[in-house]
Design a protein around this ligand. Structure first.
Ligand code: PLP
Length: 390
């Protein structure tokens, strides 16, 4: 039987760069010692107090259907966090609890796009952006951000992209680590206002800022009515597998996305929300600890590249990755990552998995312990150095 064009078109045919990660995982599962720097998942498990809060929530009876927009105490805690971090007035009516940042992305895109509507997004980009836009019958339009601009998007490139309904941004950024400057964020906000765009701001790395400051565009003049902010506890509280995130937006948009939740997820398990509430009310020390770990590893990774002659790198100002430019080797990111896995047993992601603007790059996730990371970075530098084209 023929499936819908919509579902058949979510993933484009062809190589997407993830093959090297799947191959690395298979080799590791078969017993080979592979240094896994490919995927953005933590090398530690969720802190025990959060697991205890989940178990206690379940034992107390939070095992039934839950209020669709989320339990009021969690919505209040999220609103308080957003207000405290950004200074923008935020109440529970601005908050919808969803199963993770990815579900937030799907709901937000569903809320703003009609079939055939175009959505701009900045390339390099988080891997699922184009497919999620297609999943809601939208048309993805990448706008390149270039290494020579430190990966800060430029107005001229946005203008060239043509009319659209929405713009999706991500700062601090996966994969580049760029944190948008105040000038960039103001330019983006002005562009959204002038062109009457919805602005979708993916802020899942808002707590991981190594230089500068994260600015949420929702606080900029006249932006709160046209901005949907997406966030989750995946990266901040070692909760990737728990699937707990949220959307911040105007109350009418939150109400309509609640209608969507009724037709899709029917809410988020109560005991998971209890753990999320514990994370937001008692988890500051654990969050700070995790953030310090990635800050330290970023320094270790950059120091290990000192003197490398085959690699250049825009040092990341945020998030848990380092993006390496390996174009001096003449290899694509895919070819580099495949060969690195074969010859050095190190798994990294090809830049091509994050869009054409990241071609000739590889992304290193800072997700192994310090010494192993240092050794792996030195090996990557040596590997690139041996392949520099004269
Ligand atoms: N957005 C970005 C930029 C990400 O890097 C990720 C995960 O890596 C997500 C969204 C999805 O996060 P979640 O685990 O909350 O679905």
């Amino acid at each position: 039987m023929k499936l819908s064009k919509r579902i058949s078109g979510i993933v484009e045919a062809g190589i997407d760069g993830w093959e090297v990660h799947y191959r690395a995982r298979a080799l590791r599962d078969a017993g080979q010692d592979i240094t896994m720097l490919s995927i953005g998942d933590h090398d530690q498990i969720t802190p025990e107090p959060l697991i205890a809060a989940m178990a206690e929530g379940a034992r107390k009876g939070h095992t039934g259907y839950m209020p669709m927009p989320g339990i009021p105490a969690l919505r209040d805690a999220i609103a308080a966090r957003v207000a405290q971090r950004t200074g923008a007035a935020t109440t529970r009516d601005n908050v919808l609890v969803v199963p993770g940042g990815q579900a937030a992305l799907f709901a937000a895109l569903t809320a703003v796009l009609d079939p055939g509507d175009k959505a701009l997004f900045i390339d390099p980009h988080y891997a699922t952006y184009p497919s999620t836009i297609r999943a809601v019958s939208g048309v993805p339009l990448p706008v390149s951000a270039k290494p020579e601009h430190g990966f800060q998007p430029q107005l001229s490139d946005l203008l060239r992209a043509g009319p659209a309904k929405a713009l999706l941004i991500n700062s601090p950024n996966n994969p580049t680590g760029v944190v948008y400057s105040s000038a960039t964020m103001n330019m983006i906000a002005a562009f959204a206002r002038t062109n009457d765009l919805w602005l979708l701001s993916d802020e899942v790395y808002d707590g991981q800022v190594w230089n500068g400051a994260h600015i949420s565009p929702r606080i900029l003049p006249d932006m709160d009515a046209r901005t949907l902010v997406l966030n989750s506890l995946s990266k901040s509280h070692v909760m990737t597998g728990w699937r707990l995130g949220w959307i911040i937006g105007p109350p009418d948009a939150i109400a309509r996305m609640t209608d969507l939740a009724v037709t899709t997820t029917y809410g988020v398990p109560g005991f998971i929300q209890d753990a999320g509430l514990a994370a937001l009310t008692h988890g500051d020390a654990q969050e700070a600890d995790l953030t310090a770990t990635y800050r330290r590893r970023r320094s270790i990774a950059l120091a290990a590249l000192n003197g490398a002659n085959g690699i250049t790198c825009v040092p990341p100002d945020g998030a848990m990755y380092v993006m390496l430019d390996v174009r001096t080797t003449g290899m694509s990111g895919i070819a580099f990552a495949e060969a690195l896995l074969d010859e050095a047993s190190i798994a990294v992601m090809p830049g091509e998995s994050f869009g054409s603007a990241a071609a000739g790059h590889v992304r290193v996730a800072l997700t192994v312990e310090d010494q192993r990371l240092e050794k792996a970075m030195q090996r990557i530098a040596e590997f690139a150095g041996e392949r520099v084209q004269k």
